[in-house]
Design a protein around this ligand. Structure first.
Ligand SMILES: C[S@@+](CC[C@H](N)C(=O)[O-])C[C@H]1O[C@@H](n2cnc3c(N)ncnc32)[C@H](O)[C@@H]1O
Length: 395
């Protein structure tokens, strides 16, 4: 990998066409035949493959960056990093310390919005690659250091911001495993909280599944989804948090559209009522943020069960926070009744959605023994406490 940082290594990498699995072996042979070091050729081809994979997260920027497989997996998508960076612009932070910068995706977004950046990573190779990735921004400085040993009071000036995106993996690079214990994050969650107490403008990226009781008081916790997948919970403290906002959900569609819902989960409560003509499934970020009742209030929706995050209305509604379905049938969950219903309609292809049901969809599909050309979607859930099936179609 380090050989790629030499002029010869860089020249080989830059000469490669877009990675193609089918022609990679022949290309490697040709390069070795031209006298290039086999280790360098292997590193260049690996890099070229990672660049192609990275396009999904980083778009065309990926083609000019360097990656490790672990670093790429942990890198923030550029669309999300851009939202992080805008917080610091909004808060007036001219300089931001990215403590645990990885390959520099968040740091690039900050530098791209004209912030001065101090990007720090404890891993020597990762810091070297971050320096390459940030080479276009002279106001971005990369340092290899353990952030828990930094003297933050000396490093930061009043008004500077801090960004933390702790590694949620343990073990050696290449064989690391995901951890769900916040104290096993690197740097650990207690360090993140400590920095939040000491630096008024601190942002941090956490796993979306972080338990609400672990979130500190007085911060904005924002769950972010991209194309319906919940990718993170970002904490914003001090001037980075919005006034009066404890929880928020940011929905990105991956092509530039953003929907931002802010609220306080303690304030709104949705009413429960029988299933109407439409069923609505809130985006995962809305559910994690505890803002289902806020969305319900905005569309006049009711819960179909006090413990399940499905909403219902009598009339169609348009909300970016909901996936909506027309309800064709509501019935108690009985295998025989469901089988008869689907057989009578010639349903051979069935989409099974579920929430609040212990039924295994694959086992159910086998038991239903479906035949026919028609398609249908069913929702296995609870309606007013009772195991039920809703036959629906996209609204
Ligand atoms: C999740 S990654 C950061 C990804 C980055 N935000 C991006 O978008 O590319 C976390 C990084 O923190 C670094 N790290 C972990 N513990 C650290 C510590 N104590 N000091 C400095 N860096 C650390 C790891 O080496 C890893 O590169």
């Amino acid at each position: 990998m380090r050989s790629l940082l030499t002029p010869d290594g860089w020249a080989v990498l830059e000469s490669l066409p877009t990675y193609d699995e089918g022609s990679a072996m022949a290309l490697g042979e040709r390069l070795r035949g031209q006298g290039h070091d086999p280790a360098l050729v292997a590193a260049a081809l690996t890099q070229s493959r990672l660049r192609l994979r990275a396009r999904a997260k980083l778009g065309p920027f990926a083609d000019a960056m360097l990656f490790t497989a672990d670093g790429l997996e942990q890198a923030t998508r550029l669309a999300v990093a851009a939202h992080h960076a805008r917080r610091y612009v909004g808060a007036g932070c001219g300089r931001v310390a990215d403590l645990g910068c990885g390959l520099g995706s968040d740091a690039m977004a900050l530098a791209g919005l004209d912030r001065e950046v101090l990007a720090v990573d404890a891993d020597e190779l990762t810091a070297a690659l971050a320096a390459v990735n940030l080479r276009h921004w002279p106001d971005a400085v990369v340092r290899c250091a353990d952030v828990t040993e930094l003297d933050l009071a000396a490093e930061l000036a009043p008004g500077d911001g801090v960004w933390l995106d702790p590694a949620r993996r343990t073990g050696a690079a290449g064989s690391s495993r995901r951890t769900f214990d916040p104290e096993a994050f690197s740097p650990p969650y207690s360090f993140v909280l400590d920095v939040m107490r000491r630096v008024p403008a601190t942002g941090a990226k956490l796993a979306p599944g972080i338990a609400h009781h672990l979130l500190p008081e007085g911060v904005e916790a924002q769950w972010v989804s991209v194309g319906g997948d919940v990718v993170e919970c970002a904490l914003w403290s001090g001037s980075l948090a919005r006034e009066g906002v404890a929880r928020s959900a940011l929905l990105l569609d991956g092509v530039g559209t953003a929907h931002d819902l802010a609220g306080d989960p303690g304030l709104a409560r949705a009413e429960v009522a029988p299933v109407g003509a439409f069923l609505h499934e809130p985006d995962g970020a809305v559910i994690r943020a505890g803002l289902v009742a806020d969305v319900a209030a905005s569309v006049g929706g009711r819960l179909i069960d006090p413990t399940i995050a499905y909403l219902s209305t009598d009339a169609p509604v348009g909300s970016p926070y909901l996936h909506s379905y027309v309800v064709d049938e509501v019935m108690p969950f009985h295998l025989k009744t469901l089988r008869t219903h689907l057989r009578d309609r010639g349903v051979g292809r069935l989409t099974i959605k579920k929430r609040g049901s212990a039924v295994d969809p694959d086992a159910l599909r086998r038991q239903l023994r479906l035949t026919g050309d028609a398609e249908a979607t069913i929702v296995l859930t609870r309606v007013a406490g009772r195991a039920s099936v809703l036959v629906v179609r996209p609204a």
